[in-house]
Structures are given as C-alpha cells and as structure tokens.
Design a protein around this ligand. Structure first.
Ligand code: TXA
Ligand code: MG
Length: 311
C-alpha cells in the first residue's frame, strides 16, 4: 500500500502505518493524529526532513519542535531526566504532557528541531496511530501541529488537508480526543497550559509556577526569546569575508562554510543552526553570512538571521 497521488490520505491500518513509516524513513513528512491535535511528523534525526516541516507549514520563523518517542526509555536516550521529571513522566506518560529537558550530547536530534538550544521538548503520546508509527519507524519523530503557520491546530484530517494543501500525506484516524495542544512544563514551570492541568501537576510536584510574562512559548511566530543566538557579531548579506570574519556561504558565495552550495533553501534551513554553532566555535572573532533569497523557507532563515544580527 502507498499513499494515493491525489488526496494522499490513508485511514489507520497496519498497512497504512507501514506506508507512512516508509515516507518518514525516506526523509518525508506525514500528518498523523495524536491524542491532542494532528501533528506534522518527520524523522527528528534528519535535518532535511525537519526542514520540510517548516517549508510545508510556511513558518516565517523557526520555533523549536516537540520530539515524540514511544516510551520513557527512548526519552532518556535523548534528554536528561531528574527525579521530578521522572515523577511527571511516571504520572502522565503516555499522554498530553511535554517536558522541556536538557538535551543529551549523543541524542542524535537535529539542531533544527531544538532551534540550536541545549534543551529539547519531548513527549510520549498515547494515540494508537502515533504510537504505531513510532514503533514502525524506530525513530524519534518531530511534530508541530499540522496547520499552516498562523492557522489553528487541526483536530481532523479534513482540517489538515484544508490548511496544508493537496500534497501532504495524511494518516487519518478520525477526530482527536483533547483538541488542544499538550501541556508544556520546564522544571516546575508551566510554559503552555493544556490537558494536564496545574492542579494535576501540583499533585505530583507539590507546587507549580505559571509561565513567564514574556512567553517562552509563542503563538505569534518568531517571538521565542530562547533561541540559540551566536555570541559573536554577525554581518548579513555578505558577498565576501573580511580578514577577521568567518563567512557562511550560500550558492555562489563561498566562505569557510556553506548553508547550501547548490543554493537550496531547504538544505540551508537544515544546516542553519549547526553552521551558527560552528561559526561561533571558530577562531575568527566576527561572523558574516551570504544573502539568502527571502522566499518560501528563506523567510524563516532571514527572520532568524535578523534576530541573530541585532542582539
Ligand atoms: O499537542 C502537542 O503538543 C502537539 C502534538 C502534535 O504533539 N504539538 C505541538 O507542537 O503543539 P508545536 O510545534 O505547535 O508547539 C511546540 C511548542 C512551541 O511553542 C515551542 O516554542 C515549544 O513547544 N518548545 C519546543 N521546544 C522548546 C524548548 N526547548 N524550550 C521551550 N519551548 C520549546
Ligand atoms: Mg502549533
């Protein structure tokens, strides 16, 4: 079984799960229900696959994404857990709770998933379709809500189709249960309220705090305060490097590194945060980057670079 060419939607079945897993293993994206909302999934270890999520959503900026794993053991291979996080996982996983935890160095998670941060948002979903897909692929799956940027989160496959257009493969398993996104918790702080309530969390943690005034979680794109930003000054739209600069090239502009020698914006997005980290770690005191065309996913790259340059 494979996804049909027109309206590529398959109802949940073992064969449909195998078809969806095949798309994901080949670096593609698939919309899949969870108990909260439909997510747009990609292999979280493959930067190009993750970049396709942003391209499909038309996100004008890079928000870090939630990583979905089948169980706590898989989560512990990716993130560090303390006693409180283990207690929360024990109480609410599988289920609609996302934990923000320090990411392990050997996690294998693409930097684009975490927007270059040293923390990762991770959860063990309960829904049979997402669980089956995690089992079949054997990969951690990054998945934001499966709607176009600025749209509302989809609770039915028809919402996904209407929002993301005719090309995205959808695994259809009816309406989702919760209809709102998972609760996000960092330490004892609720970053995003959701189906696991403050009272439910307090029963496990003793006390909880509501999230910060300037939200770490954004509904309007691009407002996240906690993106990775280079420590060194960054010059935009550079055609060549000054003597003390580390130049990140693109297309015909070559430097110490390149986002994409062929000028491919999806590849550039996939490499962006790794390239910034490498540039920061280099022996040159200043950074420069070639112009990136401001179209498609190039908008998100430019948004990110403007923030990195004006801090
Ligand atoms: O229910 C859900 O959580 C759905 C389903 C598909 O799992 N997913 C979802 O993902 O709502 P998304 O990408 O729409 O929202 C993820 C939120 C974003 O607001 C992002 O800023 C935050 O999680 N986030 C991700 N990683 C983070 C991190 N390391 N620190 C703080 N916030 C993080
Ligand atoms: Mg969303």
């Amino acid at each position: 079984m494979a996804f049909p060419d027109t309206d590529p939607t398959l109802p949940f079945s073992p064969a449909a799960i195998r078809a969806a897993a095949q798309v994901l293993r080949a670096g593609g994206i698939v919309a899949v229900p969870t108990e909260t909302v439909y997510g747009l999934a990609a292999d979280a270890t493959e930067p190009q696959a993750v970049a396709r999520i942003y391209a499909a959503k038309g996100r004008p900026s890079f928000n870090p994404l939630i990583v979905h794993v089948p169980d706590l053991a898989a989560a512990e291979a990716i993130a560090e857990f303390d006693a409180e996080a283990l207690a929360l996982a024990g109480a609410f996983w599988p289920g609609p709770l996302t934990l923000v935890r320090p990411v392990r160095r050997d996690s294998g998670i693409a930097a684009l998933v975490t927007a270059g941060l040293d923390t990762v948002a991770i959860r063990v979903p309960r829904h049979r379709a997402m669980q089956a897909l995690l089992g079949e692929t054997g990969r951690p799956l990054a998945a934001p809500s499966a709607n176009a940027s600025g749209g509302i989160s989809p609770t039915r496959s028809q919402h996904v189709r209407a929002s993301l257009g005719p090309a995205v493969p959808i695994l259809d398993d009816g309406a989702t249960e919760a209809g709102v996104e998972s609760t996000i918790v960092a330490g004892r702080t609720i970053l995003r309220p959701g189906p696991v309530t403050a009272a439910m969390l307090a029963e496990v943690l003793g006390e909880v705090e509501q999230g910060p005034e300037a939200p770490a979680i954004v509904t309007a794109p691009g407002q996240l305060a906690s993106h990775y930003a280079p420590r060194k000054p960054l010059r935009l739209n550079a055609m060549r490097a000054e003597a003390d600069e580390w130049l990140i090239g693109f297309g015909a502009v070559t430097g110490q590194d390149t986002l994409s020698a062929s000028g491919d914006a999806v590849e550039a997005a996939a490499r962006l945060f790794d390239a910034l980290h490498r540039a920061d770690a280099s022996d040159r005191p200043r950074l420069a980057i070639a112009p990136i065309p401001a179209e498609g996913i190039g908008d998100a790259i430019n948004d990110r670079l403007r923030r990195a340059a004006t801090r």
